[in-house]
Design a protein. Sequence first.
Length: 320
Amino acid sequence: MMEYFGVTIKELREKRGFQIKEVYSGVVGRSTAFRFERGTTSISTKKLLEVLYNIGIYSMDEFLFFHQKRINEPSKDLDKYLTQLMHKEGLNIKSKKHDQVLGFYEEFKNSKKKEEKFLAYAAHFDYLTNQEENMGKNIPIAQILNEFQFEWGYIENYLLEIESWSFRELDWFPFLSSCFHKENRPLLLARFKKNFKELRDYYENWERHYINNLINYLMNSVYMGYYDELEKDISEIDKYFERYPELQWGLSQRCRILYIKIIIAGKERRMDMIRKNYEQLSKISNVLPKNNELMDFYLEDSLRKVKEIFPDLDVAKILK
């Protein structure tokens, strides 16, 4: 049972405004603290008492009172439950998971608890953007979400009100960024970066997680047509790749970065960079199996978006 104490301590720590470093420094290592608060490992009783002291709890009886109260409220485990629902049966869009996610939304959408309502609306976002009838039709996200603007406003305000984000907010941020009003995106992105960097010591392969989240955010910027957001953050990603070459780990990420770079080059009317990045993307396509739908999307959609930005550009001529 000791490992589950970490989940309670995480909740108490966040409510009391303590950073992880303040609580665990000198007690346990960064990876142990991370796993302990996730409920996947335990620590000794002596170290537990030190951690409790650091968050202002001076007796085991007092802590057990809070712990018992938490485990008697199943809704506190909604993060884990929702994650299980969303990943159930993989990416099979015809599976029952989407109906279950919708059921989660219906159950908690009117909750009086902010965290539960936030997760309910996040589940609804997932459901709407992954409905089978919308897949493959290139329907703008804004059109899909238009009917539920109140929910997306709630999500945005929820994140704006919190200065110190927990892993919950950090995990959801890139995925939900399509909900945000353009004027609030710079503030929310800055807050994401600040909080993510503060937790550097408590992520394994921090740089990889950070870059992956940043790319997911930029892909949403592309979907929403916010092309002016792209260049600064792609430059930041390139700097990480220069410093840590091992981070260039997979064709999927490389394709997404090249896709974004083609759009940036189109926005700047850089014909040479459109050609260079498109050629690199084509080379990757040539080593993949034929009829790769995702690869075809990157190749076709990048040029389509360049054409949308500057209709007068002769893209075919550029690529000759």
